[in-house]
Ligand binder design. Structure first.
Ligand code: SF4
Length: 326
């Protein structure tokens, strides 16, 4: 697929999405707190941030696995949180997820063939020999072979299990896949293979991905655009190259400065931005910028008002009071 001319930039629209969880009597955990972004058809949007920043909750709410507290998620104009019955079931055919942990996400008592065919069976897509052929095709598509269909998950390595998870997601021919940290649990040597497989499948089927990760270097490799989350909010969003070459938000700058450089001379001489202070709790957060306690540029307004998420340069959005006048 030619990505130079990504059209339909409103394939997925996430508008002011919030997902809160009640914890205790008067406490609200604001895991996702007013996040907005679009995903273009056929692109990969990377979503990064430290653990606990809300990126996984965001991905699951975009997919409808969690109900939204507020806001909308539109897939081709339809709000997926308003779907019911048959329409909701139909939506699950179009939107799938690949989970982080290939060990926990596969039922150990089911054969690989039956795991892959779960979606096929739910939607009644194929039966008998056609079902078997479809399973074989999917196994080959992800670099496994048909002999693997009768085996059980424990007989496979981590990378192979993730391939099974990918085959399961592809079985219903989805348009959109949330890849929820699909490589975090894998050996570094295997990570690139799985990422390359995802890219190959995207090119083949025109898939759209929301790729969630905390490893910024791998996100750069796969993503067309990248969004950075901090404590339930989106702080910056830009084309992948632009974000890595010209980060604007103090938090993004700190995250990028922590990526090791393979050249030892460069690595030894470069300046790392150390994040000061603790990550605050997402439970009953204070007003103002969520990053204020760790930001060396903080000014009084930062503790009082939450910065707006604004387009500062073409398709480069940032939420920071340093850019209020731009
Ligand atoms: Fe720092 Fe203020 Fe910008 Fe937040 S809004 S990142 S505290 S300068």
């Amino acid at each position: 697929m030619n990505k130079d001319n990504l059209k339909d930039d409103k394939f997925i629209q996430v508008k002011n999405l919030k997902k809160y969880f009640k914890v205790g009597n008067n406490a609200i955990l604001k895991a996702v707190d007013g996040v907005s972004f679009n995903i273009k058809r056929g692109e990969t949007l990377g979503l990064v941030g430290e653990s606990g920043c809300g990126k996984t909750t965001c991905g699951r709410t975009v997919l409808g696995l969690y109900g939204a507290t507020e806001g909308e998620v539109l897939l081709e104009g339809t709000d997926i949180h308003k779907l019911k019955g048959k329409e909701k079931k139909e939506f699950t055919k179009h939107a799938q997820i690949i989970f982080q942990d290939p060990y926990a996400s596969l039922n150990p008592r089911m054969t690989v063939g039956d795991i892959i065919a779960e979606g096929i069976d739910i939607h009644g897509l194929y039966t008998g020999q056609e079902r078997t052929e479809r399973i074989y095709n999917l196994l080959e598509l992800v670099g496994l072979n048909k002999e693997h269909a009768s085996r059980f998950p424990h007989e496979f390595s981590g990378g192979q299990r993730q391939r099974i998870g990918i085959a399961r997601a592809l079985a219903v021919e989805p348009k959109f896949i949330v890849c929820d940290e699909p490589i975090s649990a894998l050996d570094v040597s295997i990570q690139a293979q799985v990422v390359n497989l995802l890219i190959e499948l995207q090119n083949k089927f025109g898939l759209t991905y929301l790729f969630i990760a905390h490893d910024l270097s791998m996100v750069k490799h796969i993503s067309d655009r990248v969004g950075v989350m901090y404590l339930g909010t989106m702080v910056e969003l830009a084309a992948s190259g632009e974000l890595y070459d010209n980060p604007l938000h103090p938090y993004t700058k700190a995250l990028l400065s922590a990526i090791p450089v393979p050249d030892p001379d460069v690595e030894n001489s470069r300046n790392r931005i150390m994040l000061e202070g603790e990550v605050p709790s997402p439970i009953n957060p204070k007003p103002g910028c969520r990053f204020v306690a760790r930001c060396k540029y903080a000014k009084p307004i930062c503790s009082e008002q939450r910065p707006k998420f604004k387009e500062i340069e073409k398709e480069h959005f940032v939420a920071c009071h340093l850019f209020n006048d731009k």
